[in-house]
Write a new protein. Structure first.
Length: 233
């Protein structure tokens, strides 16, 4: 099943409180996408918040692959994502961040961005991470990664599947994507065979799309459902 999640407004506005709950039952397979980027607009005061809860039962499959988050100048946004995968469930979760409205030379100009992620597999907490930085602070990381003109895009994947219980050729193929245009790293998550973190820093949006396409192609050899087209209406 392909599901497109659409925000009924033009983007994320001051005072918005967004909630997303996705549950995948045994035997179900779901690909979740969004039709366009999520823009966080300028805010005079206050902030916007978002909560995402994703749960996959044993025998269920969820690939969550939204378009990037684009924070505008002087925006403030907090998002918390909670993921719970039962033993025997499978998940590919991704989120992407751009430095802002690049075409308008408005990069790293947001006031505050707080992104929290917690992942549990078989009831055990295997990952908890948080970004809580101003645009200027995250710009420093982009420069460390060798970003040209202070522009780069960040990608974050969580992979959970018994088919990935061991490393080997698929992991080596992902790590081979690391190069001048993109930094790519793969790490096993603690305590659970088959749970992995994949991080990407790409020089621009086009390079990020290319790398993500390669990631899906490589993983589809172990996870055939990832061969599904990302068609959008």
């Amino acid at each position: 099943m392909l599901v497109q999640v659409v925000n009924p407004t033009a983007g994320i506005l001051e005072g918005d409180q967004l909630e997303l709950d996705i549950g995948v039952a045994a035997g179900a397979a779901v690909l979740v996408v969004t039709p366009s980027v999520s823009r966080v607009f300028h805010m005079r005061a206050g902030e916007a918040t978002g909560v995402q809860r994703l749960a996959v039962e044993a025998g269920g499959w969820l690939e969550f692959l939204p378009e990037p988050l684009v924070p505008h100048r002087a925006s403030r946004y907090r998002q918390a994502t909670e993921i719970d995968v039962a033993r025997g469930g499978e998940l590919v979760f991704a989120d992407f961040l751009t430095p802002g409205r690049i075409a308008r030379a408005e990069t790293w100009a947001w006031s505050r961005l707080k992104l929290e992620l917690s992942v549990r597999v078989s009831g055990e907490l295997v990952l908890r991470e948080r970004v809580d930085q101003s645009g200027e602070e995250l710009k420093a990381l982009a420069q460390l990664a060798g970003a040209e003109n202070d522009v780069c895009c960040f990608g974050n994947f969580v992979l959970v599947s018994a088919a990935l219980a061991e490393g080997g050729a698929w992991r080596e193929a992902l790590e081979s994507l690391h190069g001048p245009g993109a930094w790519v790293g793969v790490s096993a998550l603690r305590g659970n065979a088959g749970a992995w973190s994949l991080k990407i820093i790409a020089r621009d949006g086009a390079e990020m799309r290319r790398v993500v396409g390669e990631v899906r192609r490589i993983l589809s050899e172990r996870l055939p459902r990832m061969a599904t087209s990302l068609r959008r209406v």
